[in-house]
Ligand binder design. Structure first.
Ligand code: NAD
Length: 298
């Protein structure tokens, strides 16, 4: 392997420690803790794990966590009433509704009901619009985490050619917007892109957010490219394994021979998502309580 490893786990730990420091000074200034409300509807096991780890991380860094678990058959109106209550609650700075919601609930309607200034996931159209027009707002946690790793590794990104593979609202599109804001030349590739390997070969930076195990091969990469692998895919277990291995959207073994730097899976982008959620919540708390926070503090 010739590529340098981009250690998201270490970066996320440092960010969380910084958030904890600022959370303590926030509590002194505001006379209350910063607060994150997490809403879970239904009993999807993966969502339960995510919600539990978000709650644990929130209290570990000195913020207040408010968990709202609702049954699977909760009516949309009931959820909307809860969101309205959280919007009005001064102890709640950030609201996160764990997705996916059960099929009888309109996700867009629920996300639209969250106060944009408490929308720490950055999914509300007001925040999507703010990002697209260069205004301050909340940016989705996973792509913001990817950008932090890229800037830490490469410094100034301006003029670099980037290929983002995937055009989801949660990762691909906001990732492309963030990189455009950094003055990169951005190509968004997706399931209908023709000759993907050829498109990827142009890139100084490749961000893979596809959800297909080990799809991007080393032979697709420009030598020295920086590779950010957002994918989290569990392979079927092989003999002797209880659970299959976790892999990304990039074939790590071949990519690491060609890339200049690469994020591993696990331990790359994954840990950044919660760390950025905590960061966004603390930023929201400062804004809501009108407590100053230095511009590039977090
Ligand atoms: P998604 O399914 O919403 O979007 C996938 C995108 O990939 C689509 O835009 C589609 O056009 C594109 N695509 C599908 N097949 C393709 C192909 N053959 N060639 C090129 N493009 C193709 O997924 P998502 O929510 O954006 O997530 C992507 C991956 O990132 C998943 O593995 C997910 O688990 C992971 N993820 C990780 C984190 C994290 O915290 N690390 C957060 C969110 C998502």
């Amino acid at each position: 392997m010739s590529a340098a490893l981009i250690d998201g786990k270490a970066f996320a730990a440092t960010l969380r420690a910084k958030v904890a420091g600022y959370a303590a000074t926030f509590e002194q200034s505001a006379g209350r803790k910063a607060g994150l409300a997490v809403v879970l509807v239904g009993d999807d096991p993966a969502s339960q794990v995510y919600v539990r780890s978000k709650g644990k991380a929130t209290t570990e860094c000195g913020m207040a966590g408010f968990e709202h678990k609702l049954p699977d058959d909760t009516a949309e109106d009931v959820l909307l009433v809860l969101i309205a209550r959280l919007n009005a609650d001064p102890a709640v700075d950030g609201i996160l509704v764990q997705l996916p919601l059960p099929p009888h609930i309109n996700e867009q309607k629920v996300i639209a009901a969250i106060d944009p200034d408490k929308d720490v996931d950055g999914f509300n159209v007001v925040n999507v619009g703010r990002l697209a027009t260069g205004l301050h707002g909340f940016v989705p946690c996973t792509p913001l985490g990817c950008l932090m790793l890229l800037k830490d590794r490469l410094g100034d990104l301006s003029g670099l050619d980037v290929v983002v593979i995937g055009r989801s609202n949660i990762v691909g599109k906001p990732m492309a917007q963030l990189l455009l804001k950094e003055s990169c030349t951005v190509t968004i590739a997706h399931s209908r892109t023709k000759d993907l390997p050829e498109v990827v070969r142009r890139a100084d930076i490749v961000v893979a957010a596809v959800g297909r195990p080990e799809m991007v091969k080393g032979s697709w990469l420009k030598p020295g490219a920086t590779v950010i692998d957002v994918g989290i895919n569990r392979l079927p277990p092989v003999e002797g394994e209880n659970r299959g291995r976790l892999v990304g959207d990039v074939d790590f073994a071949s990519a690491a021979e060609v890339a200049g730097a690469i994020t591993p899976v696990p331990g790359g982008v994954g840990p950044m998502t919660i760390a950025v959620l905590l960061r966004n919540t603390l930023v929201a708390a400062h804004r809501n309580a009108r407590v100053a926070l230095a511009k590039d503090a977090l």
